[in-house]
Write a protein that binds this ligand. Structure first.
Ligand SMILES: Nc1nc2c(ncn2[C@@H]2O[C@H](COP(=O)(O)OP(=O)(O)OP(=O)(O)O)[C@@H](O)[C@H]2O)c(=O)[nH]1
Ligand SMILES: [Mg+2]
Length: 334
């Protein structure tokens, strides 16, 4: 039965069983909890409510960059290095471009299957199911799940090209942008949103021609942009041959230290919380407006009557307020 149709008692029963197992990092419970975050039903809300106090300890790192840049290969190498040091790793591979678990995700699973039997590693792919906006919400909830489960590292792999991907990656502590030599003008496409929020740059496939040029291009771009007292380093890696991985981990850790010492970590996390609250609020207002009056219906009416957009929004908003006070009264009745 999908979570969305579970009653309150059923949600209670399911979570009473699930949450302790999740906090003990039991793989099946972790997987189940992430499925709940994807479903977005009442159980998802209640789940986050119960585990949120156990979050905030993981080092959350976004690995983003154009398709085929070597993100999954890098993630695989990072897992290996962290496991070597006795640290646990949770990975979310978010693919906003494919509505189903398609070829790329399957590829990720195969590439990382060396870790399949290791309980210190959890790898999960998330796809959009046709709702791009919902993906940022779901992936952020899934990061909470991995964080609460006690993974030392949470790595979020996503293709970094459009706004939705920027939203997904915006809510991590450290953003690693992976590029490759010879991107040429394609770098302009990435520049749009991700370049501004990258904390560490990686030129992967440094075994190819044009590495120095790629590094120079990035340096140029960085010198033009504004940044505070953290200057994003530019690293060269050959992920497929395990070259430069220790340096990458060192750079991520240096960034982490800076975040903590400068107070930027608290500032970022506060702004991430704000972003999530805003998203939830908007989704809720729109959903309620749609349920009580019908957004399309009101828009149609406004269009016919040539009402201005503020008036249409006002009417919908009043509908939301009335509905909310009705539910509140219902709750207050003995
Ligand atoms: N020559 C070379 N090839 C690499 C390197 N790193 C990864 N590759 C290869 O590049 C291809 C793509 O690597 P992936 O790790 O799947 O790249 P990705 O960025 O995760 O790709 P998507 O998830 O599909 O966007 C694979 O065939 C890798 O073996 C590298 O440093 N040098
Ligand atoms: Mg990949």
């Amino acid at each position: 039965m999908p979570a969305a149709v579970l009653g309150e008692a059923a949600v209670e029963r399911a979570l009473a069983d699930l949450v302790p197992r999740l906090l003990a990092r039991e793989p099946r419970a972790v997987a189940r909890a992430i499925t709940l975050t994807e479903d977005g039903g009442p159980a998802q809300r209640e789940l986050i409510g119960r585990i949120y106090k156990d979050t905030g300890r993981a080092r959350v790192v976004g690995i983003t960059g154009p398709p085929g840049a070597g993100k999954s290969t890098l993630v695989d190498r990072l897992i290996r290095l962290c496991r070597h040091r006795g640290e646990t790793v949770g990975v979310l591979a978010v693919d906003p471009t494919s509505p189903f678990s398609g070829g790329a995700l399957l590829g990720d699973r195969i590439r990382m299957q060396g870790h399949a039997t290791d309980p210190g590693v959890f790898i999960r792919s998330m796809a959009t199911r046709g709702n791009l906006g919902g993906l940022a919400r779901a992936s952020r909830d899934a990061v909470d799940v991995l964080d609460a489960a006690g993974f030392d590292w949470v790595l979020l792999e996503t293709v970094g090209v459009g706004q939705d991907e920027v939203d997904v990656v915006r809510s991590v502590d450290t953003v690693v942008l992976v590029t490759v030599p010879g991107l040429g003008d394609d770098i302009q496409a990435i520049k749009a949103g991700i370049l501004e929020i990258a904390d560490v740059f990686v030129v992967n496939k440094a075994d190819r021609e044009g590495v120095e040029r790629a590094v120079r291009d990035l340096q140029m771009m960085l010198s033009l942009g504004e940044h505070g007292d953290w200057v994003p380093p530019i690293l060269k890696t050959v992920a497929s041959r395990d070259v430069g991985i220790a340096e990458l981990v060192a750079a991520i850790e240096a960034h982490r230290s800076w975040l903590v010492e400068s107070g930027e970590l608290a500032r970022r996390r506060r702004s991430h919380l704000r972003l999530r609250v805003e998203t939830i609020l908007k989704e809720r207002v729109v959903a309620t407006a749609d349920r009580v009056l019908g957004v399309d219906r009101e828009v149609e009416r406004g269009f016919t009557q040539h009402s201005d957009p503020y008036r249409v929004a006002d009417r919908l908003f009043h509908g939301v307020i009335e509905e909310e006070s009705r539910t509140q009264e219902g709750r207050n009745e003995p």
